[in-house]
Design a protein around this ligand. Structure first.
Ligand code: AR6
Length: 248
């Protein structure tokens, strides 16, 4: 009996698209492992792609605007922070400033060695003991489309004696102040601390909304704040808790 199955092989990296030749190579490898007797590779157009139609299912390079608040000064998007063409993107770093996983890893990978070199210089001259939680510093963005990276260290949830919300707010406030001092007008944030540092997304959304709203209402320099969520689900959680805050 013929057991027919349909698979889609896709690349989510636009810099390295999957060619028909590469897809045939993958298919041959599966066949060699005796997983299938016959494999037929059919190219699909970009528009037909399942992943293109459901971009939130993959680490998504495509930026989709989800909503705006405060007359467009705050924009919520789902996508990859490192692709954004803004004056500054904010890095959810750790106190060493020497890189890590998550957003931090993605920024250093995409931005190249100039960012690490600038961070090492900051460690040497300003923060030999490391950047304290809640503080922010600014460096080049290397090869990224953004002009600068602002590095801040979010709180590790449960490690700061109940001061987590205050420290998380300090991250946003100090990053915005630094951008403003440098004459920047657009800045994009990831959901600081909600990955490796374990901050519950809803609680983080509440703190971030409050501090961003009060900061930009008292400072006209920053014209656009983008809040970037990697997954659509995270943006939905953000809307769930923050909508009231923005309407007030
Ligand atoms: N674009 C937008 N958001 C992203 C991206 C991206 N490219 N990648 C991840 N996220 P995390 P933290 C989301 O862990 O919790 C690092 O190792 C992710 O889904 O990057 O502050 C540092 O070096 C999550 O919602 O930052 C530190 O040691 C959010 O960004 C530590 O992790 C933050 O996740 C910092 O932990």
């Amino acid at each position: 009996m013929l057991d027919e199955r349909l698979f889609e092989i896709a690349s989510t990296d636009e810099q390295h698209p999957l060619t028909e030749l590469k897809a045939k190579g993958v298919a041959e490898a599966l066949k060699r492992q005796d997983m299938f007797d016959e494999i037929e590779v059919k190219p699909r157009t970009r528009q037909q792609s399942y992943f293109k139609q459901n971009p939130h299912l993959t680490p998504n390079p495509v930026i989709r605007t989800e909503a705006t608040f405060l007359d467009g000064r705050v924009v919520v998007v789902v996508g990859d922070l490192t692709r954004l063409d803004v004056d500054a993107i904010v890095n959810a770093a750790n106190s060493t400033l020497l890189g890590g996983g998550g957003v931090d890893g993605a920024i250093h990978r995409a931005g190249g060695p100039a960012i690490l070199a600038a961070c090492q210089e900051i460690r040497r001259t300003q923060y030999p003991q490391g950047l304290p939680t809640g503080e922010a510093v600014i460096t080049t963005a290397g090869n990224l489309p953004a002009r600068y990276v602002i590095h801040t260290v979010g709180p590790i949830y449960g490690h700061h004696d109940g001061q987590e919300a205050q420290l998380l707010k300090a991250c946003y406030q100090n990053s915005l102040a630094l951008a403003s001092q440098h004459g920047l007008t657009s800045i994009a944030f990831p959901a600081i601390s909600t990955g490796a540092f374990g901050y519950p997304q809803a609680e983080a959304a509440q703190a971030a909304s409050e501090v961003i709203k009060s900061s930009i209402l008292t400072d006209d320099q920053i014209r656009e704040v983008r809040l970037v969520f990697f997954q659509l689900r995270s943006a939905e959680i953000f809307f769930g808790v923050s909508e009231i805050c923005w309407q007030e």
